[in-house]
Design a protein around this ligand. Structure first.
Ligand SMILES: NC(=O)c1ccc[n+]([C@@H]2O[C@H](COP(=O)([O-])OP(=O)(O)OC[C@H]3O[C@@H](n4cnc5c(N)ncnc54)[C@H](O)[C@@H]3O)[C@@H](O)[C@H]2O)c1
Length: 363
């Protein structure tokens, strides 16, 4: 296969970790006889410095024509002035919108040998391997009206609107069912809602129940969001695929992220409506961490989150499942054999490049 990948390295540790993920993708290309081409573009603070915009038109144009987009991270103290007209994070929101990304996928896998780094007990974490599918474009963050109203008694009332359309609910649930039925998962969807209180959740639950009939190999569970929050820390291994709306997903994904033990380990994907040249979803792949200004430029950032994001790119935008699993397995073996960056050990930590070398040695 030939595939064209846009690399948006961004700021801080972004260039350091995305460079390593590109090396891994190149190695995958060589091993499995694919030709991946890479094209760098600007986003975030570096884009503001160069062009005045956090997402230059050239980036949008190139990303729209790509097979997939790999992103490092954006932001940093240099662009933190609250009075600034444009901020690096504006670039993230803008590219999600430009690529019509409606689903955010966040896998969380706890490696037994890294359980010491997690705030939870190893026996609770054992077997934890799930993915959260969060709806990205609807719900409370975007519903209108969103405003403040002056009351006749002189006080202020603030209003946000929680709104979901049936087609938004359908497409995200479909993605979750397809994922759960795929080779990389175990066939269980936990649909997270608040159907005992919210009308949008009742619509969500109706659609989930109806859709389950189309996926007989997948087991559907309905879980109230408060229960889901509790179970994520009490028995996280019971989950396979969690699917939920925007606000619940925002909160649960951050809760879930701490299980793994380091921000540097976890990947993410955002999937959109736009199809690439292969007819698959054009996605944006990035580690969950930010630009880590405290360690940027030192060559010590953990590249694993970005390397695993590249594995997701192979899986979701190129449908190269075997290749995706090969990368995931290489990461797992490197970790099993003791490869650690400074976020995971104080004793002789590996550099960003050395950690990637250890992963590539097992590809
Ligand atoms: N998607 C994104 O690009 C994104 C996400 C979150 C934050 N940000 C931006 O990043 C900047 C820094 O934010 P923050 O400090 O709150 O979050 P952060 O994720 O950058 O860092 C939090 C902590 O985790 C550590 N860390 C992060 N990634 C690591 C890695 N790969 N290896 C080892 N350690 C790692 C950092 O050193 C830091 O101590 C801010 O400007 C913020 O707006 C960007």
């Amino acid at each position: 296969m030939t595939a064209h990948i846009i690399v948006l390295a961004g700021d801080g540790v972004g260039p350091e970790v995305s460079r390593e993920a590109v090396r891994v993708l190149q190695a995958v290309g060589t091993k499995f006889h694919h030709t991946f081409t890479f094209e760098d573009h600007l986003i975030g603070g570096c884009a503001i410095d160069a062009t005045g915009s956090a997402l230059p038109e050239a980036t949008v144009e190139a990303a729209g024509k790509a097979d997939a987009v790999l992103l490092g991270a954006v932001g940093g103290p240099k662009w933190d002035d609250p009075k600034a007209k444009v901020r690096p994070e504006d670039g993230l929101l803008a590219i999600r919108k430009a690529l019509k990304l409606y689903a955010n996928l966040r896998p969380v896998k706890v490696y037994p040998e890294l359980a010491y780094a997690s705030p939870l007990k190893p026996e609770i974490l054992a077997g934890t391997d799930f993915i959260v599918v969060r709806e990205l474009t609807g719900g409370l963050y975007f519903g209108q009206p969103k405003e403040r109203r002056k009351r006749t008694d002189g006080g202020i009332t603030a209003v946000d609107t929680l709104e979901y359309h049936d087609y938004e609910v359908e497409r995200i649930l479909k993605l979750a069912f397809e994922l759960a039925g795929g080779k990389a998962r175990r066939g269980v969807v936990a649909s997270v809602d608040k159907a005992n209180v919210l009308e949008t959740s009742r619509l969500w639950r109706e659609h989930a129940t109806a859709m389950a009939k189309d996926y007989p190999a997948v087991t559907l569970q309905h879980v109230l969001v408060d229960t889901a929050a509790m179970r994520l820390v009490m028995s996280p291994s019971q989950f396979d695929v969690l699917v939920t709306e925007n606000t619940f997903g925002d909160i649960l994904t951050d809760e879930a992220a701490v299980l793994a033990g380091s921000m540097g380990l976890l990947p993410s994907a955002s999937i959109g409506e736009v199809k690439n040249s292969k007819g698959f979803a054009l996605g944006l792949y990035e580690p969950i961490h930010g630009s880590a200004p405290d360690i940027a430029g030192k060559g010590i950032a953990n590249p694993v989150g970005t390397i695993l994001s590249a594995a997701m790119l192979l899986r979701h935008s190129l449908r190269l499942e075997q290749e995706a699993q090969a990368v995931e397995k290489a990461v797992e073996t490197a970790l099993q054999q003791g490869a650690r960056t400074g976020d995971l050990t104080k004793t002789n930590p590996l550099s960003t490049v050395q950690m990637t070398d250890k992963v590539m040695a097992h590809l």
